[in-house]
Design a protein around this ligand. Sequence first.
Ligand code: FAD
Length: 377
Amino acid sequence: MSTFNSADIAAFNGGVWVFCEQRQGTMMPTSFELISEGRKLADELGTKLYGILLGHNIEGIAKELGGYGADGVYVCDHPLLENYTTDGYTKVICDVIEEYKPEMMLIGATNIGRDLGPRCAARLHTGLCADCTHLDVDMGIYKDFLREASTLPAEKIDGLNTAMVLGEKHDVSRDLKMTRPAFGGHLMASIICPRFRPAMATVRPGVMKKAPFDQAKADACEIIKPNFSLTEADMQTQVIEVVKAAKKLVDLIGADVVVSVGRGISKDVEGGIKLAEELAEVLGGVVGGSRATIDSGWLSADHQVGQTGKTVHPKIYVALGISGAIQHKAGMQDSECIIAVNKNENAPIFEIADYGICGDLFKVTPMLIEAIKAAKA
Ligand code: FAD
């Protein structure tokens, strides 16, 4: 595979794109989060922000994306796109990208996004950084600036990789800086994709904050219906039936209050979980857990908070018997108010707690529950 030359890179000037995931006609929350984040990137780059929405009979939900910041939405409507398939979605997204050439593309790191992103990146011969937790723009020296500020002929500027500005050498670039945890969360790696386009990133659901909705912007959002071809011959799989999970999964990401338990409940697991449930109930929240509680089979995997679980930023996060390992903190440290109960005064969770209670969770939690009930009465 050869790298793109600078003219190829420059041709990818179709703005910042966000893959907007919908299921059965309902937009996934991550689509709104990524549109909100994409807006910031597009503003910094001085370009437009577009969503790309695939499905069947989905045009009615497209304009809502404008309310969170999209200038327009590419709506790809086709009966064969009614249910997600890797082949169908990849074919259509790649066709549309090749025609409209976005410079960067964000995808939610949901189950679908984790499947779709790498397929598209491989087919487009570009780079993808998976599971990002932070995005930035790395402007280096942008060529438009050079075109205005220097006397060099335009063809020369197109071919430049570096430029001297005020006696210093700078890269001539305009890159998406994609940051994700590496080496088990011990360091954060910032990655750029300077030689291919579009630069692609999958982003963890719940990490980016949703902007306030603006109806006027939703009304102004442009709907674009791109040309693409899709036939049954393009699909190697056929969806026969969609069966929803029988058990309702806990909605950690959308919760205002999360009460999480850790290995500290080990002396009475059932009792510890019951206390967490009671505390969550009086606070109007849901129960989460550290990986230790998932690995031990005390809670199901949808409860896990942390680097390999969910990222949450509720108004209140209560950590009961959780030490505060770096991988756990990665999923909850942006909570507005953190309350930690731990019998070890040196537990790392206290470093980020707004309120720390040093004590036995089996004694402290019932007192908290009673106090909250009394305050409410
Ligand atoms: P422990 O570290 O064992 O802590 C238990 C705490 O309970 C201690 O601080 C103890 O003082 C306290 N305690 C004990 N009894 C009581 C009591 N009666 N009252 C009050 N306090 C008490 N972890 C995650 O949580 N989420 C992740 O997503 C995640 N991803 C990982 C990814 C990788 C690649 C790796 C290597 C690890 C990951 N981990 C993750 C694991 C992480 O490193 C820790 O092992 C885990 O978070 C520890 O869970 P814990 O705090 O419940 O248990």
